[in-house]
Design a protein around this ligand. Structure first.
Ligand code: HEM
Length: 404
């Protein structure tokens, strides 16, 4: 057994801009030097799909590193710091189970399907406004979609969307630990908390026990039963806004980029909804967006390596689908081929994405309509890239097209 600190490991400079723009080649090179581990400026990176799955079989010795993140950002006791420490991703054991069990009934595949018409309505309205332009930044266009969908799902007023959108834009950077955006994240948290608090007050004023029109009703009943504090309710709602925003928008932007390279698939998505759903899965295999960290809380012995308590591990779920263990010819976008293994774009273990059925339905419904209205799109490529750690993705994707 060798300690992880004694291994000679390849280094991945994940904090550099060039790396965020092209992480696949360095990952392949790292795997050729060590089968499953690399170092990085923020901790050890698990570079191998199978090793990640093995480590998550028993993830009781790993914990989200949000306390440490907040401390390193000098933000203990601040609005953003309290939001990070209180949210569901940082909850463990009984508290996590309580929160997850409360939310779960609103996030089943059946519930996601119930919202498909709402998703189509939102996308059609957006396309009515944007498609006649003939050219726009696809990332900006996509950013309005998830936020409108989730607000409509809980019957919330939409006038505040522009302010909320810039708050969510900032909060999407939370895990990147960038001090330059700390002030915006603090203000963004306050904005979201105020909005979600008002929303809860307004609904509580008209809510009757047992009303279960949507998620908000469910949370209000849990609060009345004493199972959920008001603080937790506001934190949960804010978290849901954040969790669904940057993730969906960034995946849609990267998927559009893939589709532009495969105009044959894109055209067919306009008339073949099943293919469109497969294209979403394939896009997520190639590059989802979350690269999340865990703090090791008790020594782990794995594949003859000792990973001591206190070690930080980064799980690159966003791109691990390009490990050859997942698919033949893993770097190409081909929605029609079978994969050998499932992608990990929605994470793994007890915190695996609760919104995954909503996310899948939302993106597939959205692209089915986009492909009908935005014809023959071309692009000069992304303007830039978000940091690899945290929620990764393109910054800006200018497109030109023929409106239909
Ligand atoms: C394509 C879009 C999305 C992607 C790629 C995504 C990805 C993820 C990932 C990787 C995690 C696990 C993070 C970790 O373990 O550290 C997660 C958790 C979560 N996501 Fe998503 N997500 C997406 C959309 C959504 C949406 C639309 C919602 C809800 C409206 C949502 C709600 C959640 C919740 C509540 C959790 C925390 C679950 C828990 O801690 O038990 N997500 N998501």
């Amino acid at each position: 057994m060798q300690a992880i600190t004694d291994l000679k490991l390849p280094h991945l400079p994940i904090d550099e801009d060039w790396f965020a723009a092209d992480p696949i080649r360095p990952f392949d090179a790292a795997r050729s030097q060590h089968p499953w581990l690399a170092t990085s400026p923020i901790g050890y990176v698990v570079t191998n799909y199978t090793a990640i799955r093995e480590l998550f079989i028993d993830d009781s010795r790993m914990h989200g590193n949000y306390e440490e993140m907040v401390e390193l950002m000098g933000s203990t006791g601040t609005p953003w710091g309290n939001f990070q420490i209180g949210h569901i991703l940082n909850a463990e054991g009984q508290r996590h189970k309580r929160l997850r069990d409360m939310l779960a009934p609103a996030f089943t595949p059946r519930q996601a399907n119930r919202h498909r018409q709402l998703m189509r309505d939102v996308m059609s309205e957006l396309l009515d406004e944007w498609a006649p332009k003939g050219a726009f930044d696809f990332e900006e266009f996509a950013s309005w979609y998830p936020i409108k969908v989730i607000l409509r799902m809980v019957g919330a007023p939409e006038a505040a969307i522009p302010v909320l959108r810039s708050s969510l834009e900032a909060l999407g950077r939370s895990v990147s630990m960038d001090l330059r955006v700390l002030e915006t994240m603090q203000r963004g948290t306050e904005t979201c908390y105020a909005y979600c608090g008002d929303l809860i007050d307004q609904r509580q004023a008209v809510h009757q026990p047992g009303d279960d029109n949507d998620l908000l009703d469910v949370l209000i009943d849990c609060n009345a039963d004493g199972d959920l504090s008001r603080d937790e309710m506001v934190n949960l709602l804010t978290f849901l806004l954040v969790a669904g925003y940057d993730t969906s928008k960034n995946i849609m932007t990267m998927l559009m980029y893939d589709m532009i390279q495969r105009p044959d698939i894109y055209e067919r998505c306009a008339t073949e909804p099943e293919l469109c759903a497969r294209a979403v899965e394939e896009g997520m295999r190639l590059h989802s967006v979350n690269n999340m960290m865990r703090k090791v809380t008790a020594d782990i012995e794995h594949r003859d390596v000792l990973i001591p308590a206190g070690t930080t591990l980064l799980f690159p779920w966003a791109i691990i689908g390009q490990d050859p263990a997942v698919a033949e010819d893993p770097n190409s976008f081909n929605p029609e081929r079978p994969n050998k293994n499932k992608h990990l774009g929605f994470g793994l273990g007890p915190h695996m994405c609760l919104g995954q059925y909503i996310a899948r339905a939302q993106i597939a419904e959205g692209f089915h309509l986009i492909a009908q209205r935005i014809k023959r799109p071309t692009t000069t490529g992304p303007r830039g890239w978000r940091p690899f750690a945290g929620v990764w993705g393109m910054i800006g994707l200018p497109i030109e097209f023929v409106p239909a």
